[in-house]
Design a protein around this ligand. Sequence first.
Ligand SMILES: Cc1ncc(COP(=O)(O)O)c(C=O)c1O
Length: 435
Amino acid sequence: MPQKLDAYWMPFTANRQFKKSPRLLTGADGMYFTDDKGRQVLDSIAGLWCVNAGHNRPRIVQAIQKQAAELDFAPPFQMAHPKAFELAERLVELSPAGLNKVFFTNSGSESVETALKMAIAYHRVRGEGARTRLIGRERGYHGVNFGGISVGGIVGNRKMFGTMLGGVDHIRHTHDPVRNAFSVGQPAYGAELADDLERMVALHDASTIAAVIVEPVAGSTGVLIPPQGYLQRLRDICDKHGILLIFDEVITGFGRTGQPFAAQTFGVTPDLMTVAKGLTNGAVPMGAVFAKDSIYDTFMQGPEHLIEFLHGYTYSAHPLACAAALGTLDTYKEEGLLTRASEMQSYFAEALHSLKGEPQVIDIRNIGLVGGIELASLPGEPAKRAFNVFLDCWDKGVLIRTTGDTIAMSPPLIVERTHIDHIIDTVRGALRRVA
Ligand SMILES: Cc1ncc(COP(=O)(O)O)c(C=O)c1O
C-alpha cells in the first residue's frame, strides 16, 4: 500500500470514498487480477472493456519488451516506421467491407474527435461546406473530449462543461423497458426510433448535417442493445440524405459481440468507425479510425507536397502501441478470440438471465459477451444500490462495473463456463445481501 494517497486526482472515481478504503491492483494473469493483499480477483469486465485476450498475454508482453529496446519513438508527421503500415494492413483484413483506411490515435476519445473532424472536413473538401452539423444520440457515450461530450448524451458528463460544440443535435435513445424488458439478445421493438433522424432532417435540412454518430451497442450508459432493424434503418436514412454514419466501436470492436466488429454482427456498415481498447488488449494506449476508401480518396487532391488532412497526434502510431497491437492481433488469431463470443453467448445469456427475479432486478440485457443487469434505484440516491453491489462483489473477489444502477459485464473473451458461473453466483449473492 502506498504511504500517501493525496496527490493522485483519480479519473471517474469517488476520490474520497476510494481513499478511505482503497482497492489496489498489483498484478494480473489471464482472467484474474491480484490485489495488494495477495487476493485473486476474477475480472468480469476485461479491465475496462479492453483486455479482450485476458491479462499479461505472453505474445503481447514480448512484443512490447522487444519494441522498447529496438525503436522507442518515431515521429509520425512526414515520417513513419514499418510496423505502422503492417498494423494498418492487418487491421483492414478484419474490418467491415470497404473500411480500408486506418488513422491512428491514442484513445477512444481521440478517435471520436478524429472521426467528427474527418466527417466535417470531408464534406467541405467535396464542396458541401455547409454540412457541419453533428447528430448524436441521447445516452450516447463518446469519450470525454469536447466533441465527444457534445455528441454524447449522458447528462452528468455534459452539464458541468458549458455550451460545448455548437450545431449538435440528438436523436432519441432506444431504451424501452416497457416493451423490451428482459429481452434475450436484440429487442423486438424500437426500429422506428431511427426515424428520429428524419425529424432532424426536417428541422435542420440534410444540407447542414455532416454525420450521425452512435454506438452500435451503447455501453457506458448501461448496455443498450440495438432493437432489431434499427441500425439498418439508420443506415438507409443516412444514405437517402448523404449523411455519414459513424459507428463508435470503442467497446464493441475486437470480438465483443461475436464478430470482429459489431458492424459485422449486425450486418450494417458505417462510413467511419472508431476503435481503441481491444486494439492493444489495453496494454498500451492506442485508438484508430477506420474510413471508407471513398472518404480517404476525397482528401487526396491538390498539390502533392501539401498535407491533405491537418490533424494527428505526437503519439499516433507509436511504435510501442503498434507492437502491442500486432501481438494482440496474433493472440486473437491463434486462439480464435474474435468470434469466441458467438460460441459462448448462449451460455452467458442463460446464466445472466437466471438473475431475473433476484432482489431489485428490473431488466437484463445481453449480446455476445456483454451483459447489463439493471436495478431499481434507491429512492433519491441514484447509482447507490449498484455501487453497494460492486463493493460486495469486490469483497468476495469478483470485479464488476456499474454505471448508474446498471451492472455492466464484459468478461475477457477467454472466459470459461466456470468463470461465468462464479461471476453470476457472486452477483446473485451480492444482490441478496445488499441490494
Ligand atoms: C463508445 C465509447 N467511445 C469512446 C470511449 C472513450 O474511450 P477512452 O476512454 O479511451 O478515451 C469509450 C470509453 O469507454 C466508449 O465506450
